[in-house]
Design a protein around this ligand. Structure first.
Ligand code: MTE
Ligand code: MO
Length: 330
């Protein structure tokens, strides 16, 4: 596995937390109880996903990592090696290992996010400004991909609502539209003539979904900087929706009055709806969504479990959809 990591002379003591230290400190060693040490992967299938050196956090993040509001979870967190090497990021190719292989070419510094549309304080904000008002929080969320696999990932981020309040959307702003970086020179997947996506990758949320306290903008995971393949330096995480809503490497956030068309709706509207709420009783036209494979699994222990409505976050989010036909608004 080709992972670009800084030469070891760049690493100062204490800047990089080994995963075993991170997990034990965070009380996330449940894997050990199941006979799978959190650091060591099952030998079959996942053994190749090893030996990743986490990148060094840039200065704007470094300071904030010292003051994170940590959390805990009863669920077994996916090993960092899996969460950072089994990815979907089509800008770098369609394969699960393409992002880890190619995303290191993406330049994430400097980075700015354009905020525009129906908003009182539009502008171009750098990451320091975007995070300015928020203390970083750890959020340990289940990520359920529409392809019927899932992982538990500890994100570091802040509520999207914090940012939205600061930029003051106008009364007719009913939706938020997000756009990913589109830089073909650094993104081999966007240059491929087999690519079906009309770049840039676009996603959207209704304003109340965007303001929901579970919705975060992530800048890190596993107590570290976000790897490029996971959507550095800034990505959305909406845990009750299929993973494709959680758009990566965001460069633009627009406040709009009409429901935006997301990339996947544009490709196959009958397969991927705007809402994309995790729902075991609404099948994808080509496969059932009733179950999921919790990763990492093995051939002998497929780790299949039932999928829960709203990915198990129904208590917090079901009210957003009261009265809506979830079969129609899938
Ligand atoms: N820009 C962009 N964002 C994206 C994608 C993508 O291809 N491009 N894939 C989505 C899908 S399908 C999933 S499941 C998640 C995967 O996030 P992860 O690789 O960090 O686990 O990212 C989502 N965000
Ligand atoms: Mo996905």
């Amino acid at each position: 596995m080709l992972i670009k990591s800084p030469p070891s002379s760049d690493c100062r003591e204490g800047e990089v937390t080994p995963e075993s230290v991170y997990l034990s400190r965070r009380g996330l060693m449940q894997g050990a109880l199941l006979g799978v040490a959190s650091g060591a992967l099952p030998r079959v299938g996942w053994a190749q996903y090893s030996d990743v050196e986490p990148a060094i956090a840039p200065p704007w993040l470094q300071r904030r990592l010292a003051d994170v509001q940590w959390s805990s979870s009863d669920e077994r967190v996916a090993p960092f090696n899996v969460a950072s090497q089994y990815n979907n990021f089509y800008e770098f190719g369609p394969g699960k290992t393409d992002p880890a292989r190619y995303a290191s070419t993406m330049q994430t510094e400097p980075w700015s996010v354009r905020i525009d549309g129906l908003v009182a304080k539009p502008g171009t904000y750098d990451l320091d400004q975007l995070c300015a008002q928020s203390r970083l929080q750890e959020r340990i969320y289940r990520l359920r991909c529409v392809e019927a696999w899932s992982m538990v990932i500890p994100w570091l981020g802040f509520p999207l609502a914090d940012l939205i309040r600061r930029v003051e959307p106008l009364g007719d702003a009913r939706y938020v539209r997000f756009e990913t970086l589109h830089r073909p020179a650094e993104m081999p997947g966007t240059r491929s003539r087999f690519s079906v996506i009309d770049w840039p990758y676009v996603e959207g949320l209704r304003m109340d979904e965007a303001m929901h306290p579970l919705t975060i903008l992530a800048v890190g995971m596993y107590g570290r900087v976000l790897p490029n393949q996971n959507g550095a330096p800034l990505r959305l995480v909406v845990p009750w929706k299929y993973g494709f809503k959680s758009i990566k490497s965001i460069v633009r956030i627009s406040f709009v009055s009409e429901q935006p068309e997301s990339s996947w709706m544009g490709i196959a509207p009958d397969e991927y709806g705007f809402y994309a709420n995790v729902n075991p009783s609404v099948s994808h036209p080509r496969w059932s969504q009733a179950q999921e494979r919790r990763l990492p699994n093995t051939l002998f222990s497929p780790n299949v479990r039932p999928t829960e409505l709203f990915n198990g976050y129904g208590e917090q989010v079901a009210d957003l959809y009261r009265g809506m036909d979830l079969r129609k608004h899938y």
